[in-house]
Design a protein around this ligand. Structure first.
Ligand SMILES: [Fe+2]
Length: 262
């Protein structure tokens, strides 16, 4: 059995708050909770939107915070991330490609693939021919074990109107490739700041609430300029992977009001 932790969208800022929320407090609470209850996990995937606008300083400070974890972190690119700054400040596995921050982690029972869907200057994502070629090659050479895919941008519309505007663009080629590799067992995507689950082309997928603010549900309607974060507690995912099953436990790690400025 393999046990993994999945966290997403910390939107870490060295200073200040996001819509009244202190993202440092939330990240600290998540790490402390994982250290206390899941120190036996093999790793933590952090699926993008790692920092705020003070990019270099935020990555530097984030790196110090991540050092408090007893479980190794694997950081990924989101739309708010910067490849050169991420590479300069955070530890990445040796398998990380030179052009994109995407990598593979070989575990005894499964293969973890972390994709880079970042599109500079856009909140939407993309997955170009170069990245597809890498993914096809890795999947072709890892067909002896189940493969689990992590990516920031979901490759399908989730009936969340605001998030669907900034999903992965031209997802058809990626989904076609994944569907051709029968050992791809599950997709996990960040970005939407809400938990959803379903299947796409027969492949199960899930999204996760953020470590930071939770996006409101789609009704009543809202927009990016004026929305109030949902008053829901944050969570991370605990994944239990076995030969014939994978279970995702949505795990609340603190109360809603932790880090919320009243
Ligand atoms: Fe985000």
């Amino acid at each position: 059995m393999t046990k993994l932790i999945w966290m997403t969208d910390p939107h870490f800022q060295t200073e200040g708050t996001i819509r009244g929320l202190n993202p440092r407090t939330r990240l600290e609470a998540a790490i402390e909770h994982a250290n206390t209850h899941h120190a036996d996990a093999a790793l933590i995937v952090l699926s993008g939107d790692l920092v705020g606008d003070d990019i270099e300083r935020d990555y530097q400070s984030l790196a110090i915070h991540l050092n408090a974890s007893a479980i190794p972190f694997y950081p990924m690119m989101g739309n708010h991330d910067d490849r050169p700054a991420l590479r300069r400040n955070l530890t990445l596995p040796e398998t990380t490609t030179s052009e994109f921050v995407q990598f593979v982690v070989e575990l005894p029972d499964c293969t973890i693939l972390c994709l880079d869907t970042h599109k500079p200057g856009s909140d939407a994502g993309t997955y170009c021919a170069t990245r597809l070629a890498w993914l096809d090659d890795v999947l072709t050479h890892s067909a002896d074990k189940p493969a689990y895919i992590f990516m920031h941008h979901p490759p399908l519309a989730l009936h969340l109107p605001k998030q669907d505007e900034i999903m992965l663009e031209e997802a058809d080629s990626l989904l076609g490739l994944l569907a051709r590799h029968n050992h791809v067992k599950h997709l996990f995507a960040g970005h939407v700041h809400r938990p959803t689950a379903g299947t796409v082309r027969g492949i199960p997928f899930a999204t996760l609430g953020a470590l930071s603010i939770q996006a409101p549900p789609p009704r009543p309607e809202w927009d990016w300029n004026s929305f109030e974060p949902a008053q829901e507690p944050p969570h991370y995912g605990v994944l239990h992977i076995e030969d014939d099953s994978v279970v995702l436990q949505y795990t609340q790690f603190c109360k809603y009001d932790v880090g919320v400025r009243n």
